[in-house]
Design a binder for this molecule. Structure first.
Ligand SMILES: Nc1nc2c(ncn2[C@@H]2O[C@H](COP(=O)(O)OP(=O)(O)OP(=O)(O)O)[C@@H](O)[C@H]2O)c(=O)[nH]1
Ligand SMILES: [Mg+2]
Length: 223
């Protein structure tokens, strides 16, 4: 049986989510805890990328992970297996996390003992972009097999994020994926976004991503 703590989170439909999210960010700032919200389609590589990020940053930062899924605890089990505190948030059918759900997870995890907490949001490119979780930064993955047209089809997600990871670049040689066209489409939606080309599987490009994330965590802890 799974030893992972599973939290059945409930959304708060009455309160103003954006106001709550601002309050949560302020309390995270006081605790010097950086919350990263990672979003993408199912299977684009969120858990694999989190594991690789842990490998590269665990000597420098105290890291915790909140996995959100409609069901199961398999992702949180993978994180816990490498010795990193992880909890599984179950959304009971909802396709996103809101700030109230994030807060319930943080209360279980104890945010004050972490420099960096990563949320793996529910896999899809639509609903998660519509709800502020209270995270300090939002990042998303677009993986090569998904196709280079996604910024045209899901513009809100690309507009909302501070960083885009183009993952599975080890597939570039066999996929019909125009990386320059993707960048052009994304910058047209969001000129400030940072774009990283990575393979979470081989580790290619992961250092540039982890350097950026580390600098963001440091800047937040000094804010
Ligand atoms: N070739 C290749 N495979 C990858 C890469 N990153 C992830 N994968 C594979 O893609 C599959 C899905 O990866 P996950 O990390 O589980 O994806 P996810 O986004 O967490 O999936 P959900 O939690 O179900 O939304 C796994 O078989 C990974 O090994 C990569 O950079 N290259
Ligand atoms: Mg996953």
């Amino acid at each position: 049986m799974s030893q992972i703590r599973i939290i059945e989170v409930k959304e708060n439909i009455l309160a103003n989510n954006d106001q709550q999210a601002q309050k949560l960010r302020e309390s995270l700032r006081q605790q010097h805890t950086f919350l990263l919200n990672l979003m993408s389609s199912p299977g684009s590589g969120k858990t694999t990328l989190i594991l690789k990020t842990i490998e590269l940053l665990r000597d420098k930062l105290r890291i915790g992970v909140m996995e959100a899924d409609i069901d199961s605890a398999v992702d949180a089990e993978k994180i816990a297996a490498v010795g990193i505190p992880a909890i599984q948030l179950r959304t009971g059918g909802l396709c996103h996390l809101d700030c109230a759900m994030t807060s319930q997870g943080l209360a279980e995890l104890g945010p004050e003992i972490f420099d960096l907490i990563i949320i793996e949001n529910v896999g899809n490119l639509v609903c998660p972009a519509e709800f502020d979780t209270g995270a300090v930064k939002n990042a998303m993955i677009l993986s090569v097999p998904e196709g280079d047209d996604k910024p045209l089809k899901y513009p809100l997600m690309f507009s909302t994020c501070d960083a885009l990871l183009i993952n599975k670049i080890d597939y570039l040689t066999i996929a019909d994926f125009d990386i320059e066209a993707v960048k052009k489409r994304v910058y047209a939606l969001n000129s400030k976004i940072k774009i990283f080309e990575v393979s979470a599987k081989t580790g290619q490009g992961m250092e540039a991503w982890c350097d950026w994330l580390y600098q963001e965590v440091l800047a937040w802890s000094e804010a």
